[in-house]
Design a protein around this ligand. Structure first.
Ligand code: XUL
Ligand code: CO
Length: 443
């Protein structure tokens, strides 16, 4: 095992079980353990986010970078990009993570013009391809950074200047090529600066139509290049713009249907983006899954700060809900759990990157065992079936089949008399649910 950048971890992280007190071991993530007919590894499809893990500096709105990363010091921008990829693949191999995700500008520096940028990217994609062949880690999805460069200040696809949109088009073209070369299962569009600060200088409908045009061109290009993976839109309500066009799952579903893009795009739901929109993670997952539009997940968690803090998921309750919804919807196909998460500013050591990922992987693996037990027991499902059973027969079934009218319903209501008050039993359901988590129903 190559050890150059992470000498404190000499070998692959092993599964040692819940009783282990080794901080560098998995307590629940047992990659080959079969759960509901599939290895854990295939259910969870974990990915490391290159931007936070390798490129994160610990900066926040009140101060610049504080980490001292050995792969980011010694050379030119291109040298450092190569060392960073080397370090990344050492990390992926030691963590035994099956996938990674990147933005174009994470892995290769921007050049002086479009063709120099494309050439830089090509060099690093070739290097990443060679590194992928030496490990068990493959690409979950790729994306383009259309928000950091000053030219994108007023948006990329939704910029009032078509030249800026053309720069974004060039970038997405090469990012799609890179994703294809690296065998990516998906390609993600997070809206970045696609939104606005004030209507005083914004033509909202013009910008929304530009965004739809851009997505059309991107999907046509990807398909023409033979990309048969899934294209994702990642909703987020605010940050960096005051109003983001991809506010939440419901907004994105409406947008995709308005512009007839629903066949090619699926949703990439990020936990912290859901909570920023005043939803729970489970709410947006359920909405996407129920309409058959759930593609992938950015696994993280927010804090009470009110901005996108991108912490590692460690709340078991929320993770059980997430895995339950994913399992019930048939599980991931092209998608997976991408840790769009970063260590805190004060977690200075490279070792903290291992601790963050081990904690996130264990929390979701534990959640998988619990969610599977909830499904196997069937009690939760039968409660829901019973609660809505009135719609399975008689007039309820006629309503669902579209075979009745307001007038017929009125007549039926008159004959039945006042509906009986039936308890929703929320408190009882909560306590039953908790037995799976704290009550020892899961070993
Ligand atoms: C930003 C965010 C991005 C996307 C990829 O909040 O989540 O990192 O996941 O561009
Ligand atoms: Co994200």
């Amino acid at each position: 095992m190559t050890t150059q950048y992470f000498p404190e971890v000499s070998d692959q992280i092993q599964y040692e079980g819940a009783e282990s007190d080794n901080p560098l071991a998995f307590k629940y993530y047992d990659a080959n353990r079969i759960v509901a007919g599939k290895p854990m590894r295939a259910h969870l499809k974990f990915a490391v986010a290159f931007w936070h893990t390798m490129k994160g500096t610990g900066s926040d709105p009140f101060g610049g970078g504080v980490y001292d990363r050995p792969w980011n010091k010694s050379g030119s921008d291109m040298d450092n990009a190569r060392y960073t990829l080397d370090a990344a693949f050492e990390f992926f191999a030691k963590l035994t993570v099956p996938h990674w995700c990147f933005h174009d500008r994470d892995i290769a520096p921007e050049g002086a013009n479009i063709s120099e940028s494309a050439a830089n990217l090509q060099i690093m994609v070739d290097h990443a391809e060679a590194l992928q062949q030496t490990t068990d880690c493959s690409l979950l999805w790729g994306t383009a950074n259309l928000f950091s460069h000053p030219r994108y200040t007023h948006g990329a696809a939704t910029n009032p200047d078509p030249l800026v949109m053309a720069y974004a088009a060039a970038q997405v073209r090469y990012a799609i090529d890179a994703t294809i070369q690296l065998g990516g299962q998906g390609y993600t569009f997070w809206g970045g600066r696609e939104g606005y600060c004030s209507l005083i200088n914004t033509n909202m409908q013009q910008e929304r139509e530009q965004m739809a045009r851009f997505l059309y061109m991107a999907k046509d290009y990807a398909r023409a290049q033979g990309f048969n993976g899934v294209l994702y839109i990642e909703p987020k309500p605010g940050e960096p713009m005051t109003h983001q066009y991809d506010y939440d799952a419901a907004t994105v579903l409406g947008f995709l249907r308005e512009f007839d893009l629903q066949d090619d795009f699926r949703l990439n739901i990020e936990a912290n983006h859901c909570t920023l929109a005043n939803h729970t993670f489970a709410h947006d997952l359920m909405l996407a899954a129920s309409s058959g539009m759930l593609g992938s997940v950015d696994a993280n968690a927010g804090a009470i700060l009110g901005w996108d803090t991108d912490e590692y998921p460690s709340n078991l309750y929320e993770c059980v809900w997430a895995v339950l919804i994913i399992l019930k919807s048939g599980g991931f196909t092209s998608g997976g759990f991408n840790f769009d998460a970063k260590v805190r500013r004060g977690s200075f050591d490279t070792l903290d990157l291992f601790y963050g990922h081990i904690s996130g992987m264990d929390t979701l693996a534990h959640a998988l065992l619990i969610a599977n037990k909830i499904i196997e027991d069937g009690e939760m499902e039968s409660y829901l079936q019973q609660r809505y059973s009135g719609f399975q027969q008689g007039i309820g079934a006629k309503i669902m089949q579209g075979n009745t009218t307001l007038v017929e319903l009125e007549q039926w209501a008159i004959n039945q008399g006042e509906p009986k008050k039936t308890s929703g039993r929320q408190e009882l359901r909560e306590s039953l649910f908790n037995r799976y988590i704290v009550g020892g129903l899961v070993k």
